[in-house]
Design a binder for this molecule. Structure first.
Ligand SMILES: *Cc1c(COP(=O)(O)O)cnc(C)c1O
Length: 220
């Protein structure tokens, strides 16, 4: 846990306009409270049960962001309180989020996760699948979800050139999707890219949300 690093990061973000999601997965409530007291309100988790437990015990004005792969049968445990789901990668998942949002009488903000990495371990839709989903009648019928942008993870590599290329590709996909499907919709605006190792590159490509964990909380 490094509050000085946190403060430096917040300073660095001031000129960019991007917001920080502090990724607190595996970290205890005390660590989260320390960053919260320094002014942080948005935290990211990748496991449903862990996020639900932390929601129960921590201050209620924290915004909880689901950043990990989400199974449809677990949406119900977070639907009442989740602030933004970054990791939506199928129509089926989106339909279940919509169903649970309806039960909770709310609209749930979602990002569509795009596959940009050269690793098969990462999740996400291709740009073609993205367009296909957004044109489908099933998607257009959903009233309790709002697509507020795109999320992606770059390859886990030291090759900055490659990360640059992956983020640049995503940026152009974002522009295309925005112009084609959300031209009249100001709520489609978020680009969730960048982690501890590559957030500086992400900021150059127009990240609006960066998801940083280990830089602040230390290694997991
Ligand atoms: C863990 C995680 C992060 C944060 O990674 P760090 O390297 O600790 O900054 C960001 N995004 C996702 C999807 C993650 O799972």
């Amino acid at each position: 846990m490094d509050i000085e690093k946190y403060k430096q990061l917040i300073n660095e973000l001031k000129t960019s306009g991007a917001q920080l999601i502090a990724v607190s997965k595996t970290k205890p409530a005390e660590d989260i409270l320390e960053v919260y007291k320094a002014g942080q309100k948005m935290f990211g988790e990748n496991k449903v049960q862990e996020m639900a437990t932390k929601f129960e015990t921590l201050p209620k004005d924290i915004e909880w962001h689901m950043i990990g792969h989400l199974q449809s049968n677990k949406v119900k445990y977070i639907a009442g309180f989740v602030s933004l789901i970054h990791s939506v990668d199928s129509l089926k998942l989106l339909q279940e989020i919509n169903r649970q949002a309806q039960k909770n009488n709310r609209v749930i903000n979602c990002l569509l996760q795009v596959f940009i990495a050269k690793e098969e371990t990462k999740f996400g839709l291709s740009p073609e699948e993205l367009s296909h989903l957004l044109q489908s009648r099933e998607y257009l019928a959903l009233k309790n979800i709002r697509i507020s942008g795109l999320m992606a993870m770059a390859s886990n590599t030291d090759d900055e050139e490659q990360i640059n290329n992956e983020f640049a590709g995503l940026r152009s996909t974002f522009n295309h999707i925005k112009a084609t499907h959300f031209a009249q919709d100001a709520s489609f605006k978020e680009l969730s890219i960048g982690m501890s190792s590559d957030y500086k590159i992400a900021l150059k490509h127009g990240a609006t949300l960066i998801r940083v964990g280990s830089l602040i909380f230390g290694h997991r």
